[in-house]
Design a protein around this ligand. Structure first.
Ligand SMILES: Cc1cc2nc3c(=O)[nH]c(=O)nc-3n(C[C@H](O)[C@H](O)[C@H](O)COP(=O)(O)O)c2cc1C
Length: 383
């Protein structure tokens, strides 16, 4: 596999050692979020995903606060069509891209929880939300690209109308920062095929991912387009397989059945096809969580969205990643609990197996790595 893009995750909805309890939990504040971002930047991750929704701190504000703490890291930040106008979304994206010197990536989130969206003031069912997204990103892309010239860009859609839209401070990336997109319903696949640059899937078993990618590819071909692909997974990597599986068990060792039932009931009310596919992997049962070799669905017992983790020793995890890469996945968006420590663990144990270096570290430190012994005994170079 060619060297994949590896992203980490900024935990703006909390962080912990164990799911479902305050035991081992830590405050997530500006300082901690900065620590996670700086770790990802220093270790050589290519980017970070910031989630969006009412369960999170605002992604745009948090990402902005991290620009000057980092040097190379890209920020995958969500736009939710319908919650803002295209004009405002264009201005926010251009300014962020300018201030970060081209480090913005957009995650297009149409949304899958009508209750949450109505609480935010957006009254639109699944079908209408995708209609809005389609029009919104036609306008967003045209405005970002400066279509319409000096007179500005006009659009008269069913849901969105703009007149004379102009971007006076254009983005650094041309024609606009790349559009990433996750959604598993039929209209989602169609929108991805028509307008998006990178299609993201949550971590379903490889056979299911292969089917989704084939469908997107076929639809995109009808539009004369191609897309790139990414996957969002948790990782539980340890030096041995036994330790990794023990860590997976520990992660849910304080989680009670009542909390699982409540979370599953909440997911069942959502209209997100992607969420339904995640929940169907385990059916709310904690005794059948390895849903495909080394793919563990324990996180999804209570966490919305990405609910599966790759579990194993470094070689096993790298091998499973290679299986996804063989299907066409180029970007892996990963996370682990707690996010700071696990960013180090994954980079130290798995990056070398993926051909990924700590370039920044190598530039600023001439080595050796590891602690010096006595007055001048160097650490032995590991095999
Ligand atoms: C990698 C990835 C990240 C996502 N991030 C978010 C998010 O931060 N907030 C959110 O509300 N939905 C998020 N989603 C959900 C989708 O954007 C989409 O709204 C949802 O899956 C409903 O669409 P569907 O019914 O077509 O699956 C994400 C999906 C994927 C695959």
């Amino acid at each position: 596999m060619s060297t994949p893009n590896i992203f980490w995750f900024i935990p703006t909805h909390g962080d912990s050692r164990y799911l479902g309890t305050t035991k081992g939990a830590r405050p997530v504040n500006a300082d901690y979020l900065k620590q996670v971002a700086v770790a990802a930047d220093t270790l050589g991750y290519d980017g970070v995903l910031l989630p969006t929704g009412r369960s999170c701190e605002d992604a745009w504000i948090v990402a902005s606060s991290l620009i000057n703490a980092t040097t190379r890291l890209k920020f995958l930040v969500a736009i939710r069509p319908g919650l803002s106008t295209p004009g405002l979304a264009v201005r926010m994206a251009s300014t962020f891209d300018r201030l970060s010197n081209g480090r913005l990536l957009i995650n297009v989130v149409t949304g899958g929880d009508q209750g949450e969206l109505e609480a935010d003031g957006l009254y639109a069912d699944h079908t209408k939300r995708y209609e809005i997204s389609r029009e919104f990103f036609k306008v967003w892309r045209a405005s970002m690209a400066g279509e319409g010239g000096a007179a500005g860009y006009d659009f008269e859609g069913k849901h969105i109308q703009v007149k004379g839209a102009k971007t006076l401070y254009p983005a650094v990336q041309k024609p606009y920062p790349p559009l990433y997109f996750g959604g598993s319903s039929e209209p989602a696949h169609e929108l991805a095929a028509e307008q998006m640059d990178v299609y993201l899937t949550w971590g379903e078993p490889p056979a299911a991912v292969a089917e989704k990618l084939a469908d997107i590819r076929a639809r995109a071909a009808k539009h004369g387009r191609t897309l790139k692909f990414g996957i969002r997974l948790h990782v539980i990597v340890r030096e041995t397989n036994e330790e990794a599986w023990r860590a997976a068990d520990e992660l849910i060792s304080h989680l009670d059945d009542d909390t699982i039932a409540k979370a599953q009931a909440a997911f069942a009310k959502m209209d997100s096809v992607g969420q339904r596919r995640m929940a169907a992997l385990h059916g709310g049962r904690r005794d059948q969580l390895e849903v495909s070799p080394n793919l563990w669905a324990g996180v999804g017992l209570v966490r919305g969205g990405a609910g599966t983790a790759l579990v194993g020793d470094p070689e096993t995890v790298a091998a499973r990643m290679r299986e996804y890469a063989d299907l066409g996945i180029e970007t892996f968006i990963l996370s682990g609990y707690p996010h700071l420590e696990e960013s180090y663990r994954f980079a130290e144990l798995v990056f070398p197996l993926l051909g990924k270096g700590t370039e920044q570290g190598e530039q600023s430190i001439t080595g050796p790595f590891g602690e010096m012994m006595a007055s001048d005994i160097l650490p032995r170079k590991a095999a």
